[in-house]
Design a binder for this molecule. Structure first.
Ligand code: CP
Ligand code: NVA
Length: 318
């Protein structure tokens, strides 16, 4: 018998409403405080997360795996290469089988449509661990980091510099949900998907990155060639040469503007070493916050009992 039931997935940030996203950010901060105080909190005892990777990862794999351990559960690493997915088993069949055994599935893959097909066939929550089109888990960490360093972000201005890629799309979604202004500076031919950009009224496209950087509170960037675009590396290096985040660009922003990068970074390409290793860079906090924000996400998807009232501060459970 097929026990398929409806469940929440996290495929893009827009799977959350603004209250839910704010709840997650507050909860993540609380879980970070609990963890730093050495408090053991294990709501996911005996629960298993399957992590399917069709692309490489350091932060996503480690943060989800450690997060499950800290919440009392278990994470299972499945690389496409070593499973039947790599030998052509249908994504739909894989989703049906995995979701009969585990409580939640995180998947990192190429086409976003593949993730959607997987989720449509899963009876447990599916989390987007990155597709070519969106990287919502990274935005949970970026938004938390921005709030921790700058306070309320509503009405502030961020600049996305470089490729209109998966990270850029998730920044656009975040700006829509949290009402901050987003400037996007990218070369011709590398703009974000118009379907993502057009509905976002608080997001503006710029060609000149120095003009775009004037007075902003945050500058974020990413590699010029994402996973799967390795063969375009040389052409992209030429197209993006004027889009490096360097001291000149940072000097146009607010003096206390933050620099963020989802990592891994290429010093001397999309970012100068003096910026990523400088005083305005918060990339290590950003990377650490992957752990706390994904724990909040897992709790949100798997422990509905903790979400009593989304409009009030989440209760601290000790
Ligand atoms: N930022 C990020 O997702 O890193 P990994 O590719 O190492 O998981
Ligand atoms: N845009 C990058 C993000 C890596 C975390 C990629 O998709 O490779």
């Amino acid at each position: 018998m097929n026990k398929k039931r409806s469940c929440r997935h996290f495929l893009t940030l827009l799977d959350l409403n603004a209250s839910e996203l704010k709840w997650l950010l507050t909860r993540s901060k609380q879980l970070k405080t609990l963890r730093n105080a050495g408090v053991i909190y294990e709501p996911l005892r005996n629960r298993t997360l399957a992590m399917v990777f069709e692309k490489s990862s350091t932060r996503t794999r480690v943060s989800f795996e450690v997060g499950m351990t800290q919440l009392g559960g278990h994470a299972l690493f499945l690389s496409a290469r070593d499973t039947q997915l790599g030998r052509g088993e249908l994504i739909e069949d894989s989703a049906k089988v995995l979701s009969r055994m585990v409580d939640c599935i995180m998947i990192r893959t190429f086409e976003h449509r593949k993730l959607e097909r997987f989720a449509a066939n899963s009876s447990v929550p599916v989390i987007n661990g990155l597709t070519d089109w969106a990287h919502p888990c990274q935005l949970l960490a970026d938004l938390q980091t921005w709030q921790e360093h700058s306070g309320a972000i509503e009405g502030r201005t961020a600049l996305w510099v470089g490729d209109g890629n998966n990270m850029c799309h998730s920044y656009i979604h975040a700006a829509q949900l949290l009402n901050f202004n987003l400037r996007i500076a990218c070369p011709e031919g590398y703009e974000p998907d118009p379907q993502v950009l057009t509905p976002a009224k608080n997001c503006t496209l710029f060609r000149n990155p120095l003009e775009a950087a004037q007075g902003v509170d945050l500058i974020a960037t990413d590699v010029w060639a994402s996973m799967g675009q390795e063969q375009e590396q040389i052409a992209r290096r030429a197209a993006f040469a004027a889009y490096q985040v360097n001291n000149e660009m940072m000097s146009k922003a607010q003096p206390n503007a933050l620099f963020m990068h989802c990592l891994p970074a290429h010093r001397g390409e999309e970012v100068a070493a003096s910026v990523i290793d400088g005083n305005n860079s918060v990339v290590w906090d950003e990377a650490e916050n992957r752990l706390h924000s994904e724990k909040a996400l897992l709790e949100f998807l798997l422990c509905p009992e903790v979400i009593s009232n989304l409009d009030s501060e989440p209760k601290v459970i000790e």
